[in-house]
Write a protein that binds this ligand. Structure first.
Ligand SMILES: [Mg+2]
Ligand SMILES: [Zn+2]
Length: 216
């Protein structure tokens, strides 16, 4: 069986929700949670959430480097990446967060070769931030980056797509993928809405279940 894997970043690969942490650390926490709440209720476009956060936040490239160096990933993730590499299984990181902190955190953990599909953060020399949304899908969800779009776009004939996630922005990925591994909010969502999924806590659980799926 040929597999193609799509992983959420915040709370799935990274142990923390780094998007939340970046904008509560370098921005205004009250403002952040208020806007996140409105976004989850569907009152706010995902792009406006990030644009408004960027307006009230300020950080330099060096501050983000120092911050990223302290962000842990799931300890089983590096071995999972190797497991996939050995079997030529492509792995995509799909995130409604920002490419800037994702690539830094992966690099600090020795992971340099994953395909990252996320919103684009630009850090200006004076610490101002701006953001672009190369994967926004206006007729789908209210995420800045529609994760289901990537699953559908990258799937090749005869492959099974695997989605791994934990949150609100993973619902489009869940709906588009053949098999989903869920925890946290996404698991509750699957149970409440009758979506089939497999559960996991760490990437070692995912790896064990994929081994079975591959008949190893
Ligand atoms: Mg997440
Ligand atoms: Zn979508």
């Amino acid at each position: 069986m040929k597999l193609r894997i799509f992983c959420d970043f915040d709370g799935t690969i990274a142990q923390n929700d780094v998007g939340n942490l970046v904008f509560t650390t370098f921005g205004n926490p009250d403002h952040w949670w208020n806007l996140v709440d409105r976004w989850r209720k569907g009152e706010l476009d995902g792009r406006d959430l990030w644009r408004r956060q960027c307006k009230v936040s300020n950080m330099t490239e060096q501050q983000l480097d120092e911050f990223a160096a302290e962000q842990p990933v799931d300890p089983a993730f590096p071995a999972f990446v190797t497991f996939c590499e050995q079997r030529n299984i492509p792995v995509y990181v799909v995130s409604d967060g920002m490419d800037a902190y994702i690539s830094k955190i992966l690099r600090f953990n020795g992971i340099n070769n994953l395909k990252i599909r996320a919103n684009r953060l630009e850090i200006h020399p004076d610490g101002r931030l701006s953001v672009e949304f190369p994967y926004y899908q206006k007729d789908c969800c209210n995420c800045g980056n529609c994760k289901g779009y990537h699953v559908k776009k990258e799937k090749r004939p005869g492959e099974k797509t695997i989605y791994i996630g934990d949150g609100f922005s993973d619902v489009c990925g869940l709906k588009a993928a053949d098999i989903t591994f869920a925890k946290g909010y996404l698991l509750d969502y699957c149970r409440e809405n009758d979506f089939e999924c497999k559960t996991f806590n760490t990437f070692s659980d995912v790896q064990n279940q994929l081994k079975m799926l591959l008949g190893e």
